[in-house]
Design a protein around this ligand. Structure first.
Ligand code: PLP
Length: 339
């Protein structure tokens, strides 16, 4: 199967599984898992931060960040399409009594900084206390450039806010920008990164920041039920991924560009955007009705796709080859041509 729904569908490679099998382990709740400790140090160093904490998921990582930066009755400013506003079940509000203040997101994925500035509440008993500004990079595959991140950091500093990056796919951003991950991370007080997306590990994310912040996050991770025991088994996959799967993200970006080019030549398909490893397409309205059939017809040709009405997001990753891209493009053009 050529599964283009997400870069989370990858399976650990044989070499990654071997690294997992050989991992030295200990009880990480006692802080005694050497592989987890190595992973945390490696990520802290890679991101230029004092410390990092291994957590179960990107959602848990963002939630630990929100809970560590903000207290009850505080507020975080966030783009209205951001994962940590839209797609994390309102965890900050539910578990932290933290109020989200969404602001509009532009076509380029950047939140409106003027709106963000305007949304900062003045000190007054009527208002929640604004504490934190959150960015996401990449967002829908789109890369925020260094200048945009710097400008956001300036707004945060001007208003005395902490600055958090949801960098689930920041590796893709760093590769696309051609800069070390630490350069991206340098604009933020805390950064959440995922190992289980483009990097191909089966489990895990890390939150990086100052020693004090990560100490606070450690307590929240415990409370959220995220304390793990011999987690070195999965941390080993993460270490392997950091070493072997970051630079190759450029291949995924090239495959996405190849896919977008092929689909752009298919009548009835509009490529709405293609950036890093994601391609967004839309079917012509006339083709909308058979869309359900298209999903199954693509599946019969071995292509797994996820549709929302006439729109589809296609994501390249470790388990998709150049030949798979060509197969997918042919499947689309045969099937849509045939409607
Ligand atoms: C996937 C994702 C998350 C959440 O990660 P999970 O491991 O699925 O909880 C957070 N932020 C962004 C931008 C993501 O893409």
């Amino acid at each position: 199967m050529i599964d283009l729904r997400s870069d989370t569908v990858t399976e650990p490679t044989a070499a990654m599984r071997a690294a997992m099998a050989e991992a030295a382990v200990g009880d990480d709740v006692y802080g005694e898992d050497p592989t987890v400790n190595r992973l945390q140090s490696a990520v802290a160093e890679l991101l230029g931060k004092e410390a990092a904490l291994f957590v179960t998921s990107g959602t848990q990582s963002n939630l630990c960040a929100l809970l560590s930066h903000c207290g009850r009755g505080d507020e975080y400013i966030v783009g209205d399409h951001a994962h940590c506003y839209m797609y994390e079940a309102g965890g900050g509000a539910v578990l932290g009594s933290i109020q989200p203040q969404p602001v509009p997101t532009g076509e380029d994925g950047m939140l409106d900084l003027e709106a963000a500035s305007g949304a900062v509440k003045r000190r007054d008993h009527h208002f929640a206390r604004t504490r934190l500004l959150c960015l996401e990079n990449t967002i829908d595959g789109k890369v925020l450039c260094l200048e945009q991140m710097r400008a956001s950091a300036e707004v945060a500093a001007r208003h005395g806010l902490a600055h958090h990056l949801d960098g689930a796919r920041m590796w893709n951003a760093a590769v696309a920008l051609g800069v070390p991950p630490a350069e991206v991370a340098s604009h933020f007080d805390s950064v959440s990164v995922c190992l289980s997306k483009g990097l191909g590990a089966p489990v895990g994310s890390l939150l990086a920041g100052s020693t004090d912040l990560i100490d606070e996050a450690h307590k929240w991770r415990k409370m959220l039920g995220g304390g793990l025991r011999q987690a070195g088994l999965v941390a080993a996959a993460g270490l392997y991924a950091l070493e072997h799967h970051i630079e190759r993200l450029a291949d995924d970006h090239a495959k996405a560009a190849r896919l977008a080019e092929g689909l752009a030549e298919t009548d009835g398909v509009t490529v709405e955007s293609c950036s890093t490893n994601m391609v967004f397409i839309r079917l012509e309205d006339a083709l909308l009705h058979p869309q359900q059939d298209l999903r199954s017809a693509l599946l019969e040709r071995g292509v797994v796709s996820d549709w929302h009405g006439s729109r589809c997001r296609l994501v390249t990753h470790l388990d998709v080859s150049d030949a798979d891209i060509d197969t997918a493009v042919s499947a689309f053009s045969d099937l849509i041509g045939a409607q």
